[in-house]
Write a protein that binds this ligand. Sequence first.
Ligand code: CAA
Length: 419
Amino acid sequence: MKPKQRIFVVGGALTPFIGKFHPDFIWKGHEDFGKRENPTLEDYVVNSIREALENTGVDADQIDRGYIGNFAGQLFANQGHLGAMAVRADEKFDGKPFSRVEGACASGGLAVLSGVDALHSGSDVVLAAGAEVQTTVKAREGAGYLARAAHWDEERDIDEFTFPAMFARRAKHYKEAFGATEEEIAHVTVKAYENANKNPYAHMREVSMALEHAAKAGEKNPNFLANEELKPHLKMSDCSQVSDGGAALILATEAGLERLGIDESDCIELVSWGHATGALGRVDDFTELGTTKKAASRVYDDGGITPEDVDVAEVHDCFAVTECLMYEALGFADRGEGAKLAAEGQTRLDGSIPVNTGGGLIAFGHPVGATGVKQVLEIYRQMKGLCGDYQLPETPSVGLTANMGGDDRTAVCMGWKNL
Ligand code: CAA
């Protein structure tokens, strides 16, 4: 789809993404254990929104509508109704139309698209935020909560770690079909940690990852699935993190920019987007992300851009193999060649197509509802030179985001240009 009028990202904010292995994450070995608690879901929603207003200089009164992406607040935090929760961020939001948007791990991308829809139907300044808290339970229990993004009756029993197992299945099929190796795929993980080590907001900012560790299972990097057939195809280092965090951004039309007194040169612009959905539990080819491919082709066809035009991308690397499949679905690599693209270093900060420059879901972290919003914000931050130690040497002109829900069942891709 192409916007019917010009649509801009004015800016936004994100909280640090934290969880196990982050220095600020409170757990029983932490020196502050018992003295302070980790931030709550409310903190992430409210703080990211307040900071987005502060960073952009937008007054809450100027916001026409708000959308909050969140997947499983009821399960992890006993909290739903996050549209109304977001209104607690500022008393001037009181009475404005705010709502929650859910599409599994694509909830954040859908919150941004809901904002785009609102701008098409008369609003001029819209807030799109996302947040998730997942560290309130052990990873195994959380895996059961996340399994609600699969078809519960048909897919839950593949493994107690349902999603890790679903992507182990993709890794198995991918390796068998194209001869990709564990080591090639491990380059995705190593790059993710390298980038996150340069990013103060990243969950794994202080954890290093060597190729020898990521490429091979071992005592410290176990194949942890119970499903015997899939177990050899997923190591702990292949996985995205169980993170808490929030992100918020502000979208505006040209009239909105005028109202805010913001110059378009301080913004990035939406070129085109694609939103595709596949039936739950009905993946017919595990060696490709067919739904993401459909969404991406809409970005390219409708926006008049090609994969070669893309200077920076944020893609949904929920597992290392997913990023390889993303390269192919987005046209950065030919079918079966995604792992090679990673192994060649082409997607590193100094490569031909830098991907997930702040560490991706694997090392920046994956607070599910925040992820799709954070992706857009990362493109904005790269385009505006705000990425500090992981800033790309050349300012990108064209960017792409690809956010995915479930096993490639909901896909939201967006093309962006710098102004
Ligand atoms: N040897 C053998 N087994 C070991 C082991 C060792 N040295 N260390 C751990 N294990 C096994 C254990 O069985 C353990 O489980 P239990 O303790 O419950 O028995 C299991 O591995 C996990 O270990 P931990 O709980 O200690 O692991 P952790 O807390 O460090 O978490 C992780 C690691 C399980 C990989 C976790 O980070 C994770 O689940 N990541 C994936 C998160 C995820 O799936 N997100 C959603 C992605 S899908 C998506 O994005 C789309 C969508 O819509 C959902």
